[in-house]
Design a protein around this ligand. Structure first.
Ligand code: AMP
Ligand code: MG
Length: 526
């Protein structure tokens, strides 16, 4: 402990948090319906709404802060603040207190939401926000509401054996990867701020603690439905469905069977999201139903990673021993998760169970079509074509080639534009021999339509040159844990514009040395 606390001036005094764990997370129904008066003076640079807290009693418990002695703001997302219609400078002044949860924004009614989840296939009937607090909603200038939540902000009744805290590295990992995803154009929860708490958390070793402030279109998950379904709470399920429809699928309200329309809207969003992940080699790593959102946003950046050399069996997560969430399994897992969602809605689909199952099954089948269409569009664009079904073999042949020759996924697609511009297959330079690429490339070039330079430019707009390379992420996080935010900040800048090649950033282009990739493992960071 003493050793950890030495030489970490940036991270404060090193008070150890996390005593008095609460093992039993049972919530008595009476607590679910109460609201305690808050005594702190609110901060008015940030005014929150509390629509969820108002409309959905029974879906959360009020959150009470534990407080941190010496918080420091270590990251703030100016661009996001501006998009939300907030004043970045004023927010930064109060940032350490606000985003550690020490002081509440005006209008905040902080809550810990309850949810369940299928984790690696097995059902956990009660999870809930064990280390998070939803403060309320920010309404942006367009009138859209965004949840503002803290993660790592202390224990709640849902903490089970956990300390409710987070360490600097996993918090900044979420900042980095969600930032990378956002700039790749992928729907995601976003990081508004990160605060070092000035305290240490006990993991395998003592680590500096942090809190993440994140925004999301909502925090409703498939697992939220599962919680009430498992308890047989029909009225709450109907209420949750109506709330989800109003927030995420307003058209479903007018549908003949709103539950079916919500299922279809959610499955379309998930299919498109997962196809988008696949198109950049993203492996989520923990696609449990509590991490499957109704909004269609990527959530929970735990053991996620971008794949280097292409292999659909790639898994990085240390806890995914059966490879359940391997790259190539993600689309199927998406459908499995949606099936768990469908089960919670059956009684709202039709009062006759057989009929409800039949209708829901047909809707779930449409997921495959949604996914197939999204995949064709994304991967077609990655090779410069507007793909139809007949083009599937051409795309697949290239993926097979990448796999066979263990080629880096990102570079394998990015280099296609250079080949087009030069008209020379040698420019690819990623395959063991020119011949191994030339065969495919000949068929590919015949299929292309239009001006090669224009196609090349279009390719560069969809095939990133900079991704959050695992060795870069780890180096940035290791430095940050030691108190040096330099590499983190530099990597953030690189990832803010993943498609435009810039001079001096050559070192960010390539994969990690193969020894690194072979050994690389990610952790949940909990
Ligand atoms: P996750 O793996 O982040 O999706 O979390 C799964 C569940 O574990 C959620 O209910 C979290 O709130 C809970 N959890 C994760 N880490 C902690 C922690 N340090 N303290 C308390 N609960 C936690
Ligand atoms: Mg989660």
């Amino acid at each position: 402990e003493a050793e950890c606390q030495g030489g970490r001036g940036l991270w404060g005094r090193g008070v150890v948090g996390g005593s008095g764990l609460r093992a039993d997370a049972h919530i008595p129904p009476s607590v679910l319906r109460e609201w305690p008066p808050t005594s702190e003076s609110p901060v008015s640079v940030l005014t929150l709404h509390h629509n969820f807290a108002d409309q959905m009693p029974g879906f959360y418990v009020p959150w009470e802060r534990e407080g941190f002695s010496d918080p420091t703001l270590i990251y703030f997302n100016d661009a996001l603040a501006i998009e939300l219609g907030l004043d970045p400078e004023k927010l930064k002044e109060k940032g350490a207190q606000l985003f550690s949860g020490n002081v509440l924004p005006e209008g905040a009614q902080p809550i810990a939401q309850v949810y369940a989840g299928h984790q690696f296939g097995g059902f956990s009937p009660q999870l809930g926000d064990g280390r998070a607090a939803m403060l309320g909603e920010v309404v942006d200038p367009q009138g859209q509401a965004w949840d503002l939540a803290l993660k790592g902000s202390g224990r709640t009744v849902f903490s089970r054996g956990g300390d409710g805290r987070a360490a600097v590295a996993p918090v900044l990992r979420e900042v980095l990867i969600s930032h990378a995803m956002h700039h790749l154009g992928i729907p995601t929860t976003r990081a508004l701020a990160a605060v070092a708490t000035g305290e240490f958390v006990r993991r395998e070793q003592m680590l500096p603690g942090a809190v993440l402030a994140r925004t999301a279109a909502s925090h409703i998950r498939v697992g939220t439905f599962s919680y009430f379904a498992a308890k047989g709470q029909a009225a709450e399920l109907k209420q949750l469905m109506d709330y989800s429809i109003s927030r995420h699928a307003p058209d479903a309200e007018k549908a003949e069977i709103p539950a079916l329309a919500l299922l279809d809207a959610t499955s379309l969003k998930q299919a498109q999201l997962i196809a988008h992940w696949m198109s950049v080699g993203f492996i989520h790593g923990v696609m449990n139903t509590d991490n499957t959102t109704l909004s269609g946003e990527t959530i929970d950046y735990g053991p996620c990673a971008f794949m280097d050399r292409f292999d659909p069996r790639t898994v990085y997560s240390s806890i995914d021993r059966q490879s359940r969430y391997a790259y190539g399994n993600q689309p199927g897992i998406g459908q499995w998760n949606l099936s768990r969602f469908a089960e919670t809605l059956l009684f709202l689909v039709d009062s006759e169970q057989d009929k409800a199952v039949e209708l829901a099954t047909a809707t779930l089948r449409a997921y495959s079509a949604h996914y197939g269409a999204a995949w064709l569009e994304r991967f077609g664009a990655k090779i410069g074509i507007q793909a139809s079904e007949e083009d599937r073999p051409l795309i697949q042949a290239y993926l097979d080639l990448l796999e066979l020759h263990k080629v880096d996924f990102t570079q394998g697609f990015r280099r296609l534009s250079a080949v087009l511009r030069s008209g020379d297959v040698a420019v690819c330079g990623l395959f063991p021999s020119e011949a191994s690429f030339a065969g495919w490339s000949e068929v590919w070039m015949e299929r292309l339509q239009g001006d090669p330079d224009e196609i090349a430019d279009a390719l560069d707009r969809v095939n990133p040159i900079y991704i959050a390379r695992n060795h870069r992420v780890e180096a940035a996080l290791t430095a940050a844990t030691g108190g040096d935010l330099g590499p983190f900040e530099e990597l953030m800048e690189v990832l803010a514009d993943p498609f435009t090649q810039r001079e001096g950033l050559e070192d960010y282009e390539g994969p990690a040395p193969s020894e690194f990739d072979a050994e690389y493992q990610t952790f949940c960071g909990t």
